[in-house]
Design a protein around this ligand. Structure first.
Ligand code: AHR
Length: 511
């Protein structure tokens, strides 16, 4: 890829001052890419992630004895909220947590509490494999287990597949003895989590990783041939090419992660917007590596199975230990405003544009910390990001029609990103079409010319639209103000082939 394009996608491109002027309010337009065919996308890109971390599992989705929980201890309000956004898949149990997690202590009647070495806290182990799968079935999503490739080994991973999916053998019989006569049928499995990172327990070297993935994959497939396999990868050739060379023939996806800024404090809206090109840069880079290794064209998919605009905040105290009280700053409601929603829609649009290869993505996490759903003692708050998932899972059509967008630039005076991001989706017969369009400008409406994709725009009836926006970019939902930012059904006037996109908005427009 051209260095300048890469730098632009990366949000690093510094332009000469003349070009760095904000032109985000200038008229924009959309046109079909001639000769390009519509591609069906995988709904798995609307997936989620949950980790044993702070109040995500315990005190989040799992609260035995709580008045809002069901007979299994699962919060009913959380399940209902996740069913509403049709969550297709949830990755579990970590994250960094999994790289020192031994699943065998988390099944059966005698649970052994464990010291969680990643987050430095005791985990009661009362939410284990059986509870997780049961919860997934109630939510209506596919379970996706990430294995311990840190302190664990190939056999521990394949025993886990046996436990979940077989009715015979030591571990299949163990599951039956534990009260689950039917196989759990967990079809998605990943070898490891971020084993390339120095922070990860039992991190691996490049030379170790490919052979470990290959041997684990052979044994896991030996337990169940139906499973889809993923392995921890990066958009970096130095790591991922050797992995693909050693084990690519056994993999269905490579797993990549990214977060775009952290800390406990709010950052300016524009600063977040300047990051909006980065997910696509990572995707394009990873596609290049897959092609180079001979697995292009979707032969091996990308699972962007941890992503969020905000990285989680993991403060340490003076003694070097995790500061669990300070960590709660992840929960401050006012952090999760329109910048999160706009970034989320932009991220999903990037996945949709590259849907031939991006076949799964998991927002990280689903509950509490930076999640789309905040759980408290009396109920839940659906953060702004939740509503983006609702719009995309309810309103989009199942195929992506390639388009090109011409628009102004949003700038912080130093960097620029396109002000508008749009994806066109269509039904299988092409009769119903929905445009998912984001206007990143904090304060300017954009006149958007859709005449090239909609016939007879002159004098036609207004187009049905659903809009997510706020009174300002700082708007957020909170306890007592749950519905400050929610999708609004409306209709867009079409004047001379143009519609007006409100500032800092996500619009689903039915064409
Ligand atoms: O901050 C959350 C952590 O981020 C996840 O556990 C890990 O996978 C990623 O590095």
């Amino acid at each position: 890829m051209d260095d300048r394009i890469r730098a632009w996608l990366d949000g690093r491109l510094v332009l000469e001052s003349r070009a760095a002027v904000d032109t985000s309010g200038r008229p924009a337009s959309i046109a079909p890419v001639k000769g390009a065919k519509a591609i069906k996308y995988s709904p798995m890109i609307f997936g989620q992630f949950i980790e044993h971390h702070d109040r995500q599992v315990y005190g989040g989705l799992f609260c035995p004895g709580h008045p809002l929980s069901d007979e299994d201890g699962f919060r009913k309000d959380v399940i209902e909220a996740l069913r509403e956004i049709k969550v297709p898949i949830v990755r579990w149990p970590g994250g960094c947590f999994v790289s020192a997690y031994h699943w065998k202590y988390g099944v059966g009647p005698k649970r052994q509490p464990m010291w969680d070495k990643a987050w430095e806290v005791e985990d009661p182990n009362t939410f284990g494999t059986d509870e997780y799968v049961k919860w997934c079935r109630k939510v209506g999503c596919e379970p996706y287990i990430c294995t311990n490739a840190g302190s664990g080994n190939e056999e521990e991973m394949s025993d886990w597949v046996e436990y979940c999916n077989l009715n015979v053998g030591k571990w299949g019989r163990q599951r039956i003895a534990n009260g689950y006569p039917k196989p759990h049928d967990v079809l998605y499995w990943s070898v490891g989590n971020e084993n390339w990172g120095g922070w990860e327990m039992g991190a691996k070297t490049v030379a170790q990783w490919g052979p470990l993935v290959r041997e684990s994959a052979k044994m896991m497939r030996g337990a169940d041939r139906r499973i889809y396999l993923l392995a921890a990868a990066t958009p970096n050739e130095g790591w991922t090419l050797p992995l693909l060379k050693a084990a690519g023939y056994l993999l269905d996806y490579v797993s990549i992660h990214d977060y775009y800024g952290g800390g406990p404090n709010q950052r300016p809206y524009l600063e977040w917007m300047m990051q909006t090109g980065r997910p696509e840069a990572t995707i394009v880079q990873t596609i290049g590596i897959l092609k180079k290794a001979g697995f292009g064209g979707g032969k091996i998919g990308i699972a962007f199975d941890e992503w969020n605009m905000r990285g989680w905040y993991h403060p340490r105290g003076k003694n070097g230990r995790m500061d669990h009280a300070a960590r709660r700053k992840n929960d401050i409601a006012s952090l999760y405003n329109m910048s999160d929603a706009v970034f989320t829609a932009n991220f999903l649009n990037a996945c949709l544009r590259h849907c031939e290869t991006v076949k799964m993505a998991c927002f990280s996490p689903i509950v509490n910390t930076r999640g789309a759903v905040f759980v408290h003692d009396k109920g839940i708050v659906k953060r702004t990001t939740y509503h983006v998932f609702w719009m995309y899972t309810h309103l989009l059509q199942p195929n992506v029609v390639p388009v090109s967008v011409d628009c102004g630039s949003l700038s912080d005076g130093r960097r620029v990103v396109p002000a508008v991001d749009a994806v066109l989706t269509a039904s299988d017969d092409g009769k119903r079409r929905v445009l998912a369009v984001v206007n990143k400008s904090p304060d300017k409406a954009v006149s958007f010319d859709i005449s090239a994709i909609v016939a007879g725009t002159r004098g036609r009836a207004p187009l049905p639209a659903t809009v997510l926006s706020g009174a300002s970019t700082d708007d957020y939902n909170d306890i007592g103000a749950e519905n400050r930012v929610v999708p609004v059904k409306t209709a867009f006037e079409v004047k001379d082939g143009k519609v007006s996109l409100p500032p800092h908005s996500i619009v689903c427009l039915e064409l």
